[in-house]
Design a protein around this ligand. Structure first.
Ligand code: MTE
Length: 319
């Protein structure tokens, strides 16, 4: 991805490699004696460190595929959230005083009747579930996150979109007092608000989640408090954070990264190892905290569930 001001890549593949190696080494050092234990149990052990006390009630994901979770520390200390900064390790310290309560979410556009609600009401209205999902960033790193949330389809049903509504558009908060990059005015890295969109059938898909927590606890600000989108078969940039508006539209929304670099980022952004980013391969990925890269899976491993949504589409053209 590019910062607007300098047109330089923020992170090259080499940076990601060094970063992951560094994290990996540090973990091995810290866990010293645990080295003999299998990687899986080392990860589980580490996952139990630094957990905030749980404050959400939810149905647990039984993790049938036995995905190996990344630690709370990894998930919450290495973030993309440009409204704060483009420095992945700098987001967390800058986000500590972010206010996300009260938080008004507006539902409008092509619906029977537009309405507003507080994010807290959503947590009370819909039963929460844990969803352990693979998360693949377009930059070539990945992780496994135990999100907590509810299906976006529940909210859409409540919103009662009109038949004309073909897409869902999402917007992040604009508040220069809270987001340092927005306070930079014309020198901001991106044009705000950050915008994302989904086709209606993608939005209604049972895997598409509105996340309000992770690891049993409400989302920390750096991960998109109080509510964000998670679409596990798409690149991470589709997972818009700190959402304040959800609008139903007839035409395809122009998402932030497509507007910014249309040759590099599309609307669909489905994880696809066969379609390279113009500047790097998407065949492999480095899981945060791991030494070796692993193969990237078609639709991030969710092909059985979602491939039918794109039947007959040229995935090189609709990238
Ligand atoms: N949402 C907003 N509002 N601003 C952002 O900069 N970055 C996106 C996405 N959502 C971003 C955002 C990108 S590029 C990624 S990879 C994920 O958030 C990162 O989510 P995480 O920090 O929880 O891992």
């Amino acid at each position: 991805m590019y910062p607007k001001s300098s047109h330089r890549p923020i992170l090259t593949e080499a940076d990601i490699t060094d970063e992951a190696l560094f994290d990996g080494r540090r973990k091995f050092l810290k866990l010293g004696a645990a080295m003999a234990v299998s990687t899986a149990s080392v990860m589980e052990l580490a996952a139990k460190e630094f957990l905030p006390p749980p404050n959400l009630e939810y149905e647990r994901d039984r993790n049938p595929q036995k995905l190996e979770l990344n630690t709370y520390e990894q998930i919450t200390s290495y973030n993309n959230f440009y409204e704060f900064t483009t420095d992945k390790k700098g987001v967390k310290p800058l986000a500590q005083n972010f206010r996300s309560d009260p938080w008004t979410l507006t539902i409008d556009g092509l619906v029977e009747k537009p309405f507003e609600l507080d994010a807290r009401d959503l947590v009370d209205t819909f039963p929460l579930e844990e969803r352990i999902y693979r998360f693949r960033c377009v930059e070539g790193w990945s992780m496994v996150v135990p999100w907590i949330g509810f299906e976006l389809s529940h909210l859409i049903k409540r919103a009662k979109p009109l038949a004309k509504a073909k897409y869902v558009r999402f917007e992040t908060l604009v508040d220069p007092k809270q987001f340092p990059d927005q306070a930079r005015g014309p020198f901001a890295t991106l044009d705000y608000p950050y915008v994302e969109g989904l086709r209606m059938d993608e939005a209604m898909h049972p895997l598409t989640l509105m996340a309000v927590g992770l690891y049993g606890h409400t989302l920390p600000p750096q991960n998109g408090a109080p509510i964000r989108l998670v679409v596990p078969w798409k690149y991470g940039f589709k997972g818009i954070k700190s959402i304040v508006r959800i609008s139903f539209t007839e035409s395809q929304p122009l998402n932030t990264w497509q507007a910014y670099a249309p040759r590099e980022y599309g609307f669909y952004a489905n994880v696809n190892p066969d379609v390279d980013h113009p500047r790097w391969s998407q065949k492999r990925e480095r899981v945060l905290g791991h030494f070796f890269k692993q193969e990237t899976l078609m639709f991030n491993g969710y092909d059985k569930e979602v491939a039918h949504l794109y039947k007959g589409m040229d995935l090189r053209k609709f990238f």
